[in-house]
Every structure is written in C-alpha cells, then in structure tokens.
Design a protein around this ligand. Structure first.
Ligand code: COA
Ligand code: MG
Length: 291
C-alpha cells in the first residue's frame, strides 16, 4: 500500500469522493475527525459504505480507524466488522499487548458475522502516547493480523505538552523524529510495512513530495493522506521507478547466477546479502497491490 487516504466516517460526500481517489487504501475515520456527538452516526454511515463499496471487485482496501482501547468506544466502533472491512487501524496503540487485546475482540466479531478468523487485518498507530514510544519494540509476533505500523505527531505533541512539532521550515522536531525512527524500526522488527504519517499542510504539494521522498529513502513503503489531492504524489513517490526495478533485477540475477556467493560486483559496485534482501523487497513492492 503506497497511499492510505483518511476519510471522515460521517461524511457521505467525502466517502463518495474517496471512491475514485486512486488511493491504495481508504482509512474511514471514526476517531479524531469525528465529534463525540457524531460517533453513532459515523458508525452507521461507515457500515453502509462498507456494505456497498466493499462489494466492488476493483476497489481500494478498506480500513476503519476505531477509537483507542482506553476510550470505551472501541467495542461499539467494531460493529463495523459486519461490513467486512479489510482492516482496522488502531490509534494510540501501546505495544503488542494492545494488539493481543484487539485481536481477541476481532475474533469474536468475525465469528458473529461469519467471517474467516483473521480476515480483518490491523495497522497500528505506534507513537501517539509517551508510553507507546517505549513499547514500540514489542509488536513482533503478537498478532498475525498485523500488516503495518504507522506513527503520528499530533497526539504525541499534545501529550508531551509541546508548543509545536515542526520547525519554521516544516521539518519535524527531535521528539517526532525519534517517534518516526522508532516506528520504522518497530515495523522492520515486526516484519510489516512501515507507513509514514500524514502531511497536514494539504495545499503544499512540494512539501508533501519532499517528505514522502525522505520517507521512501529511509525505508517507509507508503504514506497516509488526508486529502485526495495528496494521493497522486504519494503513489508516484512510492512506486518503484523503472531504473530502480532494473537495478534490483540485476542484483537478484547476479546472485542467482552465483548461488554460493556472499557478494557480487555489478558495474563496478559491490552488492552483498543485505542488498539482495532490499532488491527482493523492492521487486515485491513493484507488483500490483496485494499484501
Ligand atoms: N476524502 C475524501 N474527499 C475529500 C477529503 C478526504 N479526506 N478531503 C476533501 N475531500 C473532498 C471535499 O469534500 C471536496 O469535494 P467537492 O469537490 O465535491 O466539493 C474536495 O475533496 C476538495 O476539498 P477541499 O475544498 O480542497 O478541502 P475541504 O476544505 O473540503 O477539506 C479537510 C479539508 C482537511 C477538512 C478534509 O480534507 C478532510 O476532512 N480530511 C480528512 C481529515 C481526517 O480524516 N483526519 C483524521 C486523520 S489525521
Ligand atoms: Mg490522533
């Protein structure tokens, strides 16, 4: 998944617009973009949308962001499992224990709604509380549902009592760079996709592109969006270029031709086993979106 577009779950208009956004996944939001008085209406609208749009063969993956486990709202939100979403986005996740907790809740709903156990996947938001930062390394092996980890700077800055999370140039400040790095390492340790956070300045295409390119450079394989206008840029940045694919194919071919070699040379450059791993990852991403 290159692009994951947030859509407020109470907005028929935006849900409708999101159908043709070109995003690899939609994250229908029941959390921060929905006022408390609108939660029930948003669940109903979301469920209706899932039941309808979910039937399409050609469609983005459909995720629902529920409210966090500490809010008391999660159980009611999870009634949307009746609409057979592809996954749940768990905000304010605090380590692997939160995943185990959500896993059990999902298994119950899957049984109730006649879905195969494990159908509903999970993407966790890993850095929204201070405590969560210290638990980033605990996701590995906790749930087979987990397919991605992402991070957020907005809730974390509120929790830290910060005045800002970016400097005057728009670059993330130290605490958020740490959160970003922890998410990246946590995803690698758990062997799931690392997904970069949202870029809220949604009219600034240049800033978005730069941030997405930096994310790709560092190992993220996708980025969340908050506006349909951000989707094309994100898809473009995270689609491996023909040159990158050709280089990866050359690395794979060189190792295939020398099965016992730990290291090969191509055009005067050394490639060893970690390069082979990276090349295979890139070729996997170059295929049409699946897992
Ligand atoms: N998904 C689907 N459609 C969206 C959208 C989104 N995230 N954001 C905007 N649109 C639609 C608008 O409804 C509008 O539709 P129209 O052309 O039919 O009128 C069109 O795209 C252009 O929108 P625009 O006028 O540029 O922005 P806006 O002022 O209507 O909305 C936001 C700005 C920030 C309120 C809106 O982008 C949004 O709701 N984003 C998602 C917020 C969210 O989910 N936050 C939680 C995660 S951080
Ligand atoms: Mg939030």
């Amino acid at each position: 998944m290159r692009s994951l577009l947030f859509v407020p779950g109470d907005s028929d208009k935006k849900l409708d617009k999101a159908r043709s956004s070109g995003a690899d996944a939609l994250i229908i939001d029941l959390e921060d973009s929905i006022a408390v008085e609108r939660k029930a209406a948003a669940r109903a609208t979301t469920l209706e949308f899932l039941k309808d749009f979910g039937q399409r063969l050609e469609r983005p993956r459909l995720f629902v962001r529920v409210n966090g486990l500490a809010t008391g709202l999660t159980d009611a939100d999870l009634e949307v499992v009746a609409g057979r979403p592809d996954g749940i986005v768990l905000p304010k996740a605090e380590g692997g224990a939160a995943l185990v907790h959500l896993d059990a809740k999902l298994a119950v709903r899957e049984a109730q709604h006649d879905l195969p156990e494990g159908h509903v996947r999970v993407v966790a938001l890993t850095t929204e509380t201070a405590k969560a930062l210290f638990l980033a390394g605990t996701y590995a092996g906790t749930s087979a549902r987990l397919i991605g980890l992402t991070w957020g700077a907005e809730d974390l800055s509120a929790e830290l009592g910060a005045e800002a999370n970016r400097d005057a140039q728009g670059n993330f400040l130290d605490p958020y760079r740490l959160a970003r790095s922890l998410c990246l390492a946590a995803a690698a340790a758990a062997e799931v996709q690392a997904i970069d956070t949202v870029y809220v300045d949604f009219r600034n295409a240049q800033g978005l592109r730069r941030e997405a390119e930096e994310a790709r450079r560092d190992g993220f394989t996708g980025k969340m969006a908050i506006h349909p206008g951000q989707v094309d840029i994100i898809n473009e940045v995270f689609t491996p270029s023909p040159q990158a694919i050709a280089r990866a194919q050359a690395v794979v071919a060189a190792f295939a031709a020398a099965p016992d070699a730990g290291v090969v040379g191509i055009d005067g450059v050394m490639y060893d086993r970690p390069h082979l791993v990276r090349a295979k990852q890139l070729l996997a991403r170059a295929k049409p979106v699946s897992e």
